[in-house]
Design a protein around this ligand. Sequence first.
Ligand SMILES: [Zn+2]
Length: 287
Amino acid sequence: MSATPLNALSFDVEEYFQVANLRGHFAREDWERVPPRIEVGMNAILGALERHRSRATFFFLGWIAERHPQFVRRCLDAGHEVASHGYEHLFLQDLDPAALHRDLERTEQALMAAGAPRPRGFRASTFTLTRRTWWAFDVLVERGYVYDSSIHPVRHPVYGVPGFEPGLSRVEAAGGSIVEFPVSTYPLLGRNWPFGGGGYFRLLPGAVTRALAARLEQRGRPVALYLHPWEFDPAQPRCPAPAFKRWRHYLNLERTLPRLEALLASMRFGTMAEVVAAHAPAIAARR
Ligand SMILES: [Zn+2]
């Protein structure tokens, strides 16, 4: 077995009240007044990674890094990668290139003020890097990002780039190129099916997730999974959202931690940047 981990684990560090699914119930101007819960999830995640001697990438919102810099430092002290999830969870389709530059700069400053190096990786809010917002690659390259993990190569009513290369690939942008490392999907019946994290991780039995991940690994494709701190916090306050949104947000929250631990026991994970660097020579040019 090589010393380089084949698979990448990542966490989008945001509060339960910043999730796109519950957007209608927590106005942006109310964020400051909602009691924070980030510590519950971060403690659970950092503890599990320590027990299994795994490393991961934490895509922090700049808003979180400013208010809770101790979590940035704890991630760095434990050897994890700190990357950017943008400042305040805005959708790329609501920005233009100048606004994305400002949002990224503000996030970079928050991360670096907390002690992190300049971030090399970016994940947009809610997979909003689509054909409509392709210009974001130019901005990321201009700002020196090495990889992006914002494309979900699935069919979905709101996001997704169906047919996009589901493994690691290189995207040519105006000022150079950048590696795209999408979260994992599984190919079946001519389509890519999401299973790489979030709601799908909580919906599918743990054994199914582990089996799909193991099959991708056997095919030589690095697995990229993602979760959020709020998914490790079964005691979070309940929000009176419509039934489907509640189901999506609160489903199986008590199972996230044991499932993650079972996964960490069965596969080796590292940071997104490590996996990108290990595969860089083999990533084919595309577009
Ligand atoms: Zn997010």
